[in-house]
Design a protein around this ligand. Sequence first.
Ligand code: GDP
Length: 365
Amino acid sequence: SLTAGIVGLPNVGKSTLFNAITKAGALAANYPFATIDPNVGVVEVPDARLDKLTELVEPKKTVPTAFEFTDIAGIVKGASKGEGLGNKFLSHIREVDAICQVVRCFEDENITHVSGSVNPIDDIEVINLELILADMESVEKRLQRVSKMAKQKDKEALIEEPVLTKIKEALEKEKPARSVDLTDDELKIIKGLHLLTIKPMLYVANVSEDEVADAANNQYVQQVREFANAEGAQVITICAKIEEEISELDDEEKAMFLEELGIEESGLDQLIRASYDLLGLATYFTAGVQEVRAWTFRKGMKAPQCAGIIHSDFERGFIRAETVAYEDLVAAGSMAAAKEAGKVRLEGKDYVVQDGDVMLFRFNV
Ligand code: GDP
């Protein structure tokens, strides 16, 4: 499954946020297939549509879909040169599919800042530069080999060389590989390099308890936003400390607590949804009387592949999928009414599943 890695300098609030994630996940449900890796936290994906479907269908149980975060501690200045176990931590980033960079936007005299004072842009640049330097090493190494092969007119090398050169030029300007315009074919060619800066990134601005309700006016948050906007990246504002506290509350208590603080949605819930989006994930539903359930798929997947997420037999024996859009089902009021209104479609093996589709798969065993 796809996972988002949490990175950041020391003392910015990563562990606090990760604790919130693990506690929220532990409280929510048990995920039998979840890894037992202590660096992986599983959380439920908050989705109001699931509550609505539960109201409508009144199933015996409701199962949300889950999402994984990986804690990647230990990136410091010089990590790409092996500083502070740097290479080991950088290699952990190779295994994640998206990066959430936590940035310290809270002042606290008692908590040391690694470079002496709170300066989110400096912090971001330190981390991003380490990732860029690590990629530079990978690209240069590869380019040396590929150039030799290209001189001998090796067909694949002749295609790969200009792609690597393009990326190298961006990295030299301290720009991430994801800023380079690459076609799907070009992306495929360099996939094996597992570049760090090709992964999508979002920024998590960690603000203090007192400022979270009015974070838009926090100068540090404004700086992070400006920086992220220039890259076309998203910013989520949270107070990791509060997230840790509310991760132990049930839904009702949590809602009350957030209201008192003047926050509409918990930062963690926003982060989960933003990461989900960043990874190109979407949700379809199954809605039977036994169980109403949300399932995660990659945007662009077709009906048989989506059926295969539930069980490989569903994909192998796929015949068709009875499909109704969430909005149509809710507007009709029941599955029977949606059928009567002609809103339930019979979709075949080439149907590209849409976010919010409610599906019933027909298959041969
Ligand atoms: P890490 O090194 O990035 O994992 O940082 P930690 O999560 O260990 O946090 C470092 C220190 O900052 C701890 O003492 C936390 O309690 C504190 N901290 C983390 N988040 C917040 C926050 O939102 N507000 C305040 N005031 N302190 C925080």
